[in-house]
Each structure stands twice: as structure tokens, then as C-alpha cells.
Design a protein around this ligand. Structure first.
Ligand SMILES: C[S@@+](CC[C@H](N)C(=O)[O-])C[C@H]1O[C@@H](n2cnc3c(N)ncnc32)[C@H](O)[C@@H]1O
Length: 396
């Protein structure tokens, strides 16, 4: 597993390779086969009412985040989302006997199981806590690193307050509908600046930091919308449904798009410029419909990015066999909306198709005002204002 992660560039440093080589993943997944434990997939370990509440993250994601975290012997780490305890064990290996790892999970049963796994793997020194990680764990502060292995939609002041100056906060953060693994370094001025950004897909935080429901049903047939801005008003469900059933004029774009382009590359680029943009998702029966056939396949569903206008919306589509993308108008949306999105696609191509790894994020405490720098977009979170930039590209 580690050799493959090295070959794929997920594991980059000897320290992470050594830690992943030393900690047996199967010990943290007693209900799985050894083949499953060492495959490069996430393993869901707790499901309630059909919703996955806990998992062992995909090994390549674990490796990417450990590299982003840049741990050193002697450091103090707070993890939010103990899960199986596997990542905590890896971090304990990286900080060594002089360091300390504290890991919090919201569910008692998960913490009890993680404790058993950690003892079985020979890492009894990890401090495990049952609690809501939205509040951090002030008793162990300050930390050199605070890491979430569960998705957040805000930069909670508790996490920043418990971080030492110069320390790093690493978390899967939702930015305009894309989940990004962002490593943020805390400056003496209280501002967090990103050291690296990657794409990711994590289970969402429960408890006090859960934030608003993000995916809303358009109809009972399996069509859903995920607004770029959580809680943003969508065109009403009746008009969306009517617009879905009325695909109309199309504009050719001449670019081919991958899932990563639609989600975190071009998708995020469009959502940063068009805050009312939404991810359009077709699941179950809807995923098999003719309208959904031209959306991209993502985790068993089909999806795309869409921008609403009066009377309907426009959506990026592409034929099933990977032909060039098009903008499709739905309902009576004004042609100007499609033209605006086409201009954004052109600007993204001119900027050499930037992705999440090309992003730079700066987070200011909510009370500090900030103005959009040239080439940047401002995204308001509940507790922070994010300046989102593509430093090597010109944003249209
Ligand atoms: C993807 S799993 C973490 C994987 C884990 N790091 C591992 O190595 O196995 C996400 C975990 O976050 C936990 N979680 C969700 N909301 C939480 C919260 N508010 N505070 C602490 N843990 C939370 C879930 O119970 C779940 O176990």
C-alpha cells in the first residue's frame, strides 16, 4: 500500500512513508478483510438510517493530509474525528514520544473502539476524548497542529484560539460547494494563510458545527441541488422542476471536462464568480434519465454545475462519451446567463484550467474587514472571511 502511494505521489516524505509502513491499518478495521484494509478506499464503519457517520478515510487522502500537516517530533496535535484511530496512530508515530496526539470524536462507541485499536496497534499514548470537536479541546491547548478529518463549513474561532502562533490548522473546508483540504498557517496578526490546498470528500461534521443542510430536493424523482452558498435561496422547486423538463438552446464550448474539472476546477471557478451557482445532482431514478446522461458521473450519482436566472437555469453538460462540453439552457432563462458562463469557461481555459491545488486562501477573523484584492474573490463564512485567489492565474 505504501509503495503504491509513493509511486502515485501521495506519500512524498520518508517520515510519512515510515509512519504508514509501521502502523498496520487492518488492526483499525477488525471487521474487514486484509485486502479491504490495504485497498486504496475509504471503509465505512458506522451507518445510521442509511447515512455514513464514520469511516477509515481513503489511504491516499490520509497520506495527502499527513504531508500537508508537516508534523515534526515533539509537536502537540489535536485531531477532530478520531474514527478508527488509524490517523491518530500515524500522527503519534510522526510526533514521537516527545510529542502528544489528542483525538476527539463525538460518539462514545467510536471512541471506545478507537481506544481498543490503538492499544492493539501498540499506540496506547494517544489521548482520546468523547466530545463535540466544534469546541476543540481547550484542556490540551495550545497545539502546534489542529487537524479535522471531518468536513467543516466554517473556521471555528475555538480551533484558531487553541492553535499556537505559527501553528497549522488543516481541515476539509467547504468553499462555494467544493470541499477542499486546506492547510492554514496562523500568523501573529491572527490571519490564517494557506500553505497548500487539495481536493477531498469527507463526511460532514455533526453537532454544534454542523451548519446548514446543504443539499435540497428539487423533486421526488431524485433531482437535488447544492447551493454554492449554504442556505442561499434557490429558484423555487416548482420552477426548477419545470425548467429541468424543458431543456432548450445549447452553446458549444469546445473543451472536454473531467469530474475534477466540473467539481473543483471550473466548477469552483464559476461558483466563485457566480455566488448563486449550484451543483445539480441526479440520484437514483433521475440518474438514469436522458437529461442526466450528459452530466458527469460522481460517486454513483450524476452531477454538474448550474447557474440560475429568471425563468430557469443554465447547466454545463457533455455527452456520455466525453465529447466537448456545452452550456444547456433550461426553461426560459435569458441568453445572457449562458453568455456569462461561457465567458467564465473561456477565462478558466486561458488561465490554464486551474484546480484546487492552484488556490491560495487567506482567512481573516470575521470582525476584521477585508476588501477583495485584484484577482481574488471574497467568501463569507460564519466566523471568518476568506479571500480566495489563484495566484498564478488571472481571474476574469
Ligand atoms: C472520516 S471519520 C475520521 C477518520 C479517522 N480520522 C480515522 O483515521 O479513522 C470522521 C469522524 O468524525 C466524527 N465526527 C463527526 N462530527 C464530529 C464532531 N462534531 N466532533 C468530533 N468528531 C466528529 C465522526 O463520528 C467520525 O468518526
Amino acid at each position: 500500500m505504501v509503495d503504491a502511494l509513493r509511486r502515485d505521489g501521495r506519500v512524498r516524505s520518508d517520515a510519512v512513508a515510515r509512519a504508514m509502513g509501521a502502523i498496520p491499518r487492518h488492526v483499525f478495521l477488525p471487521g474487514s478483510t486484509v485486502e479491504t484494509a490495504y485497498a486504496d478506499t475509504a471503509v465505512v464503519t458506522k451507518v445510521v438510517d442509511g447515512v455514513a457517520l464514520s469511516s477509515a478515510s481513503q489511504p491516499s487522502m490520509v497520506a495527502i493530509m499527513l504531508e500537508q500537516l508537516d508534523l515534526h517530533p515533539g509537536q502537540r496535535v489535536l485531531e477532530i474525528g478520531a474514527g478508527t484511530g488509524y490517523n491518530a496512530a500515524l500522527m503519534a508515530q510522526l510526533v514521537g514520544a516527545a510529542g502528544e496526539v489528542t483525538s476527539v470524536d463525538i460518539d462514545e462507541d467510536i471512541v471506545v473502539a478507537a481506544a481498543e485499536h490503538l492499544v492493539a496497534a501498540g499506540c496506547p499514548d494517544v489521548v482520546l476524548v468523547t466530545g463535540d470537536g466544534a469546541l476543540g479541546y481547550p484542556a490540551g491547548a495550545p497545539y502546534d497542529r489542529v487537524v479535522l478529518t471531518v468536513g467543516a463549513a466554517d473556521l471555528r474561532p475555538e480551533w484558531v484560539a487553541q492553535l499556537a502562533t505559527g501553528g497549522r490548522l488543516l481541515l476539509p473546508l467547504r468553499v462555494r460547494g467544493s470541499q477542499l483540504s486546506v492547510a492554514l498557517d496562523l500568523g501573529a496578526d491572527g490571519v490564517l494563510r494557506s500553505a497548500s490546498v487539495r481536493s477531498c470528500a469527507f463526511i460532514r461534521l455533526r453537532g454544534a458545527g454542523a451548519g446548514e443542510e446543504q443539499v435540497v430536493a428539487i423533486d421526488g424523482r431524485g433531482w437535488w441541488a447544492e447551493p454554492a452558498e449554504p442556505g442561499a435561496p434557490l429558484p423555487n422547486a416548482t420552477s426548477m422542476r419545470a425548467a429541468l423538463d424543458r431543456p432548450g438552446a445549447e452553446m458549444q464550448l469546445g473543451v472536454r471536462l473531467s469530474v475534477a474539472d466540473v467539481w473543483d476546477g471550473l466548477g469552483l471557478w464559476i461558483a466563485l464568480a457566480e455566488p448563486t451557482a449550484f451543483r445539480l445532482l441526479a440520484r437514483d431514478a433521475a440518474a438514469g434519465s436522458a437529461v442526466a446522461a450528459e452530466l458527469v458521473e460522481i460517486g454513483g450519482a450524476r452531477a454538474t454545475i448550474a447557474v440560475p436566472g429568471v425563468g430557469g437555469f443554465v447547466a454545463l453538460v457533455q455527452d456520455e462519451h466525453g465529447g466537448p462540453a456545452r452550456i444547456r439552457c433550461h426553461g426560459d432563462v435569458a441568453p445572457g446567463v449562458g453568455a456569462r458562463v461561457a465567458a467564465l469557461v473561456e477565462a478558466w481555459v486561458t488561465a490554464e484550467r486551474p484546480h484546487s491545488a492552484d488556490l491560495q486562501l487567506t482567512a481573516f477573523p470575521r470582525e476584521q474587514s477585508t476588501s477583495a484584492a485584484a484577482g481574488g474573490r471574497v467568501v463569507g463564512l460564519a466566523s471568518a472571511t476568506l479571500l480566495v485567489e489563484y495566484p498564478r492565474a488571472r481571474v476574469g
